[in-house]
Design a protein around this ligand. Structure first.
Ligand SMILES: [Zn+2]
Length: 154
């Protein structure tokens, strides 16, 4: 990793970690991922994330946030529900820092590089709301997907 860990990437990871107080007493290993298709990956069991510094445009906060949220899922801390879509919902809800790229799983068919910035803040608010809805409604993901579709249709 050392060669590819630039000061800028390290700064981004440290900034992202500040949004995750739950991880403050964990030792987290950061690695690189060289798969052309993958932005990042996480191994919650070993508190390890890998990011791909070779992608065009560099490593986004959205990617770092997504991979750090995986550490909160099982077999990590287990305080965020398991699953990729859930990972996106809890990442977006956590901080607007992580809005700098579209989510990979949550309604991914709707997002293009161009339209995401216009909807990012509203989608984030809906994710916050969905986490509240989940307390009483197990269909919160369906609720959220429908709310997002409605938002896009204007
Ligand atoms: Zn993921």
């Amino acid at each position: 990793m050392r060669r590819e860990m630039t000061a800028e990437l390290m700064r981004r990871i440290e900034r992202s970690l500040r949004e995750f107080p739950e991880l403050s007493n964990q030792t987290i290993t950061i690695g690189v991922n060289r798969s052309a298709a993958l932005h990042g990956s996480a191994e919650a069991r070993n508190m390890t994330i890998r990011v791909n510094p070779r992608l065009k445009g560099g490593v986004t906060y959205a990617t770092i946030g997504h991979e750090l949220t995986h550490l909160l899922q099982k077999p990590g801390l287990g305080i965020v529900p398991y699953g990729e879509e859930q990972c996106d919902i809890w990442t977006l809800a956590r901080s607007d820092l992580f809005l700098d790229d579209r989510p990979f799983y949550l309604c991914s068919h709707l997002w293009k590089k161009k339209n995401w910035p216009a909807h990012a803040n509203a989608v984030r608010s809906l994710c916050v709301e969905a986490i509240r809805v989940r307390q009483t409604n197990r269909q919160y993901k369906v609720w959220l997907e429908q709310a997002i579709e409605k938002l896009i249709q204007g």
